[in-house]
Ligand binder design. Structure first.
Ligand code: YRO
Length: 311
């Protein structure tokens, strides 16, 4: 028997594979599709204080090897997700994960506080928007990150982690890790989409999405090696005291295996779920088990983080 269960923030997950915040997880109907699938948890769309319709369409496009999006955080507002969590938990008995992405520090504090008295098991903070006008997104500003994490730590009573944007400079990994270590953060999820790519249709001579002059976050196969590097670097810097969840470019069981080998305690699926539907979770699960069987591994701790050196 091969066991691919895991624990995130001390919450048991029947498998280490579930949906990432963002794709097809805004409405209750969409969340029920995830709950009925083999996704081991139900992660809900990042929420804000007020409901948002998001950016004008087209705001998402499938690409040959992935996706581009500039959704603009369409969501039903945090109160809807507090209600959804209660129903989902009761009906489907699997962990529910809320994602919070308030537009200001004050909004984030209000939303975190409200989720304390909710059925959600885990909270993921998404520092993907600039919380101060004229500054970069919080995840790319070490001081802003410190300010936000301090505020969230003071109010949050649920186990929580952070969905990080990708980093590309080795010093940035160290600076962000130092700030995160100051707070009771249980996990980081690496990575959000690679921001502000531009996809052009050469025939129409136009971008493929409308918002921001065509700029949008890139997901899918294009980003897998950035995901692996971010998982690996944070796994090393946190010395396994803060867990790492891997997401970005995972389409099959061997991708999941590589992310776990790099140090991930669980993996999430985004673009591949959107493109292939909820059957992807059972598929990746089976492929991971089959690949582990060929290696003689019986549980994910047999190989997690154990990437071998070349020499
Ligand atoms: O556009 C989105 O809703 C979006 N897309 C992503 O690829 N990642 C995200 O975290 C989000 C939501 C947050 C934000 C980027 C719009 C601030």
């Amino acid at each position: 028997m091969i066991d691919i269960s895991t624990k995130i923030a001390d919450i048991k997950l029947e498998t280490c594979i579930f949906n990432t915040a963002g794709p097809a997880d805004v409405t209750f109907e969409e969340l029920e599709v995830i709950a009925k699938s083999n996704s081991s948890a139900v992660t809900m769309k990042s929420c804000t204080l007020q409901p948002r319709v998001g950016n004008p369409e087209p705001r998402y496009a499938d690409l040959e090897y992935g996706s581009i999006n500039s959704m603009g955080l369409p969501n039903l507002g945090y109160k809807a997700y507090i209600k959804f969590a209660a129903i989902l938990k009761k009906r489907y008995k699997k962990p529910v994960i809320a994602s919070i992405s308030g537009m200001t520090l004050e909004d984030n504090v209000t939303i975190f506080r409200a989720f304390n008295d909710s059925a959600v098991d885990i909270i993921e903070f998404n520092p993907g928007s600039p919380n101060t006008i004229g500054k970069p997104i919080v995840g790319y500003d070490v001081q802003e990150m410190d300010r936000l994490l301090e505020a969230v730590s003071k109010v949050c009573k649920k186990p929580w982690g952070i969905k990080l944007p990708p980093y590309f400079d080795l010093v940035h990994f160290e600076q962000i890790a130092e700030v995160i270590k100051k707070y009771p953060v249980k996990f980081v999820t690496c990575i959000n989409s690679i921001g502000n790519g531009l996809v052009i249709n050469p025939y129409t001579e136009k971008p493929v999405i409308k918002p921001k002059g065509g700029l949008g976050g890139i997901g899918g196969k294009y980003i897998k090696y950035t995901t692996l590097a971010n998982v690996r670097r944070f796994y090393e810097l946190f010395e396994d005291k803060i867990q790492v969840i891997g997401v970005g470019g995972l389409y099959n069981g061997i991708d999941a295996f590589e992310l776990i080998l790099a140090g991930a305690s669980a993996v999430q699926i985004g673009t591949a779920f959107l493109q292939q539907g909820p059957g992807i979770f059972a598929e990746v699960q089976k492929e991971l088990i089959d690949f582990m069987a060929t290696k003689g591994y019986k549980k994910i701790s047999d190989f997690r983080g154990k990437l071998k050196p070349l020499s």
